[in-house]
Each structure stands twice: as structure tokens, then as C-alpha cells.
Design a protein around this ligand. Structure first.
Ligand code: OGA
Ligand code: MN
Length: 285
């Protein structure tokens, strides 16, 4: 069977017809990439993957990204450093206390962002697999940055054309008051500069590339640049550009970080929530 797509409002799609546990054929890779060019978020239901299967699936779609594990090594629950532990669970398998260092990462994920936009190469596809979901809340939302660009008024399109923003790994942590980093850690991932307006090389669509990692607009004062970034992010994340995903165990949701931003929604940190993420790096065209 080949890939089936059922559009979800306003831009995502539910995908089926391919067993993600099995090696992908070159044709299936092309079908998935094509669907991602169009929808930017694909939701696969009932596809619980083992760690090995998730890594194999991600590798078929590009080189793997390590994200923030470059910065903070430390003990890890998974067999692969390339699997990000998107959970409130400690290495010993117990739910972390609210004061535990891990929880701030959970909170930071509730700010609108694009994975690894603070580095070059940045993340292309993120593939998040649901292992344990809380009884209430903990949805993930996605906003389409192509729809956001298209909806900008002409004066704004002119204003942002040619501007570049600096994206810094720890900006979201600083915003949350998590400032306990050594100078070495602060400097180990220097900010990455990205154009605010980008053209997707495959679909030809324009993208308003914003998110919480963006902390400065080059050539503008800090205050004016930050205000512009806040305004643009507010514009980009209006309800009409947002798909909200309600997790079920066994879901695999994948998204294109170059065309969307995402955030987790509130859940009670006393409840267990476990997701596992594999991420590919963008390969420049
Ligand atoms: C991520 C992320 C949000 C969530 O996995 O990259 O931001 O809802 N997750 O857990
Ligand atoms: Mn993320």
C-alpha cells in the first residue's frame, strides 16, 4: 500500500498506508518528503516504534541532529544519544520533582520554537513518538510559517525583507530564569543568523522564520528588534495558522522545522509524560 493522506485543519495531514517499523523504500521516502513539502506536519496513528525502529526511520530521511545534547552530555535513558528524551522522567525512570533541572526543558518546550534553529545546520524533520501521555493537557501545537508569511500585510513584507535574526540556544532558558550556565557553556553554541524571510527550495513558498530562539535582529537596536520578533511571532501563531495535536500512545508526529514552529501545552508535571524524538539535520540545497 502507498501513502494515504487525510488533511487536518489548517495545514497538517493524517498519514497512513506505510508501516514505519519496516525499512522505507526510496519511493516511500519520496512520498513522505513530498507530503511534508505540502503539509509540513504529518500525524501517524498507531505506529509505536522501538528505539531502533525510530532511529532507522529517521536515518532514511536525512543525517541525524543531536540538538542540545551537544551542550549538556550527562546520563541518558536511551540507547542512542540522537534520541531526545522529551519527558519529565529522570534517568532512574521516576517522574522528576518540579525543582529538577529537567523540568525547565519541559517548560522551555512550551514556548513557540523551531528545533535547533540556534545552530547551523538547523533541524529539518523532527519525529516525536508518544510513549506515555498525561490524563489532561500536554497537547502539541504547530503553526505554519508559510501561511504566516502569506498573511502579512504588504508594508510588513517590505519591512522584513532582507532582515536577519540571531537565534541563540539559551535565550529561551534565560527568559525562564534558568541562568546557571558556565561561560564555556554559554559560548559553546554561538548564535546562528537566519533570514527572517526564506524561500523553501522545494515548494517555492515563502516562510516567516521566527520563534523563541530568535533574540536579536541584525542592524536594529536590541529593543526594536525584540519587539519586531515578538510582533511577528504573535502574528505567526494566530489560531487560524495552528494545528493542535492531542496525543495518543503510539502516535508518531513529524514536522518540518524550516516551515513551522511548535510548542507543548500545559500538563501537570506530577503526571508522567514521555515522548521520544529523533531529528534530522537540514541539508542545504
Ligand atoms: C519537541 C518539543 C513539545 C512537546 O519535542 O521538540 O518541542 O509537546 N515538544 O513536548
Ligand atoms: Mn521542539
Amino acid at each position: 500500500m502507498s501513502l494515504q493522506l487525510k488533511p487536518l485543519q489548517p495545514f497538517a495531514a493524517e498519514a497512513s498506508g506505510i508501516d514505519l517499523r519496516r525499512p522505507l523504500t526510496p519511493e516511500q521516502v519520496k512520498e513522505i518528503e513530498h507530503a511534508m513539502d505540502t503539509h509540513a506536519v504529518l500525524v501517524w496513528r498507531n505506529q509505536p516504534l522501538t528505539q531502533d525502529e525510530q532511529i532507522a526511520f529517521a536515518k532514511a530521511l536525512g543525517p541525524l541532529d543531536l540538538g542540545l545534547r551537544k551542550l549538556k552530555g550527562g546520563p541518558h535513558r536511551f540507547k542512542y544519544a540522537e534520541l531526545a528524551d522529551i519527558s519529565n522522567v529522570k534517568v532512574d525512570g521516576e517522574v522528576a520533582d518540579r525543582e529538577h533541572a529537567k523540568i525547565v526543558g519541559n517548560v522551555a518546550n512550551q514556548l513557540w520554537h523551531s528545533d535547533s534553529s540556534f545552530q547551523k545546520p538547523r533541524a529539518k524533520y523532527s519525529m516525536l513518538s508518544a510513549v506515555t501521555v498525561p490524563g489532561f493537557g500536554g497537547e502539541t501545537e504547530f503553526a505554519d510559517l508559510r501561511m504566516a508569511y502569506d498573511a502579512l500585510p504588504d508594508w510588513r513584507k517590505k519591512q522584513v525583507e532582507g532582515l536577519h535574526a540571531l537565534h541563540y540556544a539559551l535565550h529561551s532558558r534565560f527568559l525562564l530564569g534558568d541562568t546557571n550556565y558556565t561561560e564555556e557553556q554559554k559560548n559553546s553554541i554561538p548564535p546562528a543568523s537566519w533570514p527572517l524571510v526564506q524561500v523553501d527550495p522545494r515548494s517555492g513558498r515563502r516562510i516567516l522564520f521566527v520563534g523563541v530562539h530568535a533574540c536579536q535582529v541584525e542592524g536594529m537596536t536590541l529593543a526594536e528588534g525584540r519587539m519586531l520578533l515578538l510582533d511577528l511571532l504573535e502574528h505567526a501563531t494566530q489560531r487560524e495558522f495552528v494545528y493542535q495535536h492531542h496525543w495518543q500512545v503510539g502516535d508518531l508526529v513529524m514536522w518540518d522545522n524550516t516551515a513551522t514552529v511548535h510548542r507543548g501545552r500545559w500538563f501537570d508535571f506530577a503526571e508522567r509524560r514521555e515522548l521520544r524524538r529523533a531529528t534530522t539535520e537540514e541539508v542545504p540545497a
